[in-house]
Design a protein around this ligand. Structure first.
Ligand SMILES: Nc1ncnc2c1ncn2[C@@H]1O[C@H](COP(=O)(O)OP(=O)(O)OP(=O)(O)O)[C@@H](O)[C@H]1O
Length: 322
């Protein structure tokens, strides 16, 4: 082999290796949470609200985040909304590095990039302003001219199906109407991301379904990326992607896909997947652990198409020890 040919070969090999190198975590995602940790100090006791949470959300997705009380859902949303800063990890929304923003950038981020809807209807709307005035308020703060504010506010209320509430104050509307006006208000400055923390927490089942449907409409019709936090596991029946948080980490996801049968009819399939984190950790569902009495150490074997987990004292040649 000539020297030139040898050089060409090694260059090609290097190029191939470079191409094969995995992309950086979160490349192409709108929201990137990587190994997020949030530790609170409360009366001398440390509470780890987030314990290395990874989450990626692409532009245009609607994601529900579910989990038991205390699992870290609200902490995650407070971080994404720019209200709280994690103790460690990386968090990015669009171009914004939320770990490294100045106070001024934080205000700009909260005004332009994200909109929020909270559980408490009273926290979302100013009680002495009408629905139209509430929606127009963030537009005024952003310097939008009065006439444009009026037109855009009316249009947003129509999109949310509450145009008829334009001249009513929050006290003159039902809980569901107030939350839909709150969504319109959160969308006033066309944020890329809408964050909703238990927006249906104070509503009955039927009204909750309406508010979730409104979030779906906003996601589909306006293209806004939506992250909605709820303790209601039933939400996964209404959205395509549900991320479950357990002990401050993403533990599993339910994905719903609509497929078309040969006869043209559509049906939806929901599949629950465990989440493998960046360090290779996966959380085994409690039912599985209890069924096989898995505690402490387990034995892993690599099979051709899967990895098997055996109780420590089981034989791994296909036949369990008695
Ligand atoms: N400001 C704080 N100071 C101390 N501990 C806190 C603080 N905020 C949250 N925590 C603790 O962090 C953990 C996660 O709380 P977080 O509110 O994120 O959970 P959650 O899943 O939203 O719960 P819920 O559904 O009850 O609102 C809990 O143990 C909580 O007590």
């Amino acid at each position: 082999m000539t020297e030139a040919a040898g050089t060409a070969t090694s260059l090609a090999t290097l190029e191939e290796r470079a191409r094969a190198r995995p992309e950086a975590f979160g490349t192409g995602a709108l929201i990137v949470c990587e190994s997020l940790v949030r530790i609170y100090q409360s009366e001398g006791v440390e509470v780890q609200a987030l314990q290395g949470l990874d989450l990626l959300v692409r532009t245009g997705e609607l994601v529900a985040v579910v989990g038991a009380s205390g699992s870290g859902k609200s902490t995650l949303l407070a971080v994404l909304s720019g209200l709280d800063v994690p103790t460690a990890g990386q968090v990015r929304v669009g171009e914004w590095d939320l770990m490294a923003m100045t106070a001024r950038q934080r205000v700009a981020y909260r005004r332009s990039t994200v909109g929020f809807v909270w559980q408490q209807t009273a926290r979302n709307l100013v009680p002495y302003l009408t629905a139209a005035e509430n929606v127009a308020l963030p537009m005024a703060l952003a310097g939008r001219p009065r006439r444009a504010r009026r037109v855009d506010a009316a249009e947003l209320l129509d999109v949310l199906g509450v145009g008829y509430c334009a001249d009513r104050r929050p006290g003159q509307m039902s809980g569901g109407e107030q939350q839909r006006v709150a969504i319109a208000t959160a969308l006033a400055n066309s944020p890329q991301v809408l964050l909703a923390d238990e927006p249906t927490g104070e509503l009955d089942t039927a009204t909750s379904a309406d508010v979730l449907a409104a979030l779906r409409d906003v996601n589909r019709d306006l293209g806004t990326t939506v992250v909605v936090v709820t303790h209601d596991p039933g939400v996964s029946d209404h959205v395509q992607r549900t991320v479950a948080i357990r002990d401050g980490r993403t533990s599993s996801e339910v994905l719903r896909r609509t497929t078309t049968r040969d006869d043209g009819t559509e049906h939806t399939v929901a599949e629950e997947l465990a989440v493998l984190d960046r360090a290779g950790r996966v959380q085994l569902p409690r039912e599985y652990r209890e069924a096989l009495d898995l505690v402490g150490r387990v034995r892993l074997t690599l099979e051709q198409s899967h990895i098997a987990v055996h109780p420590e004292h089981a034989r791994t040649d296909g036949e369990d020890a008695r």
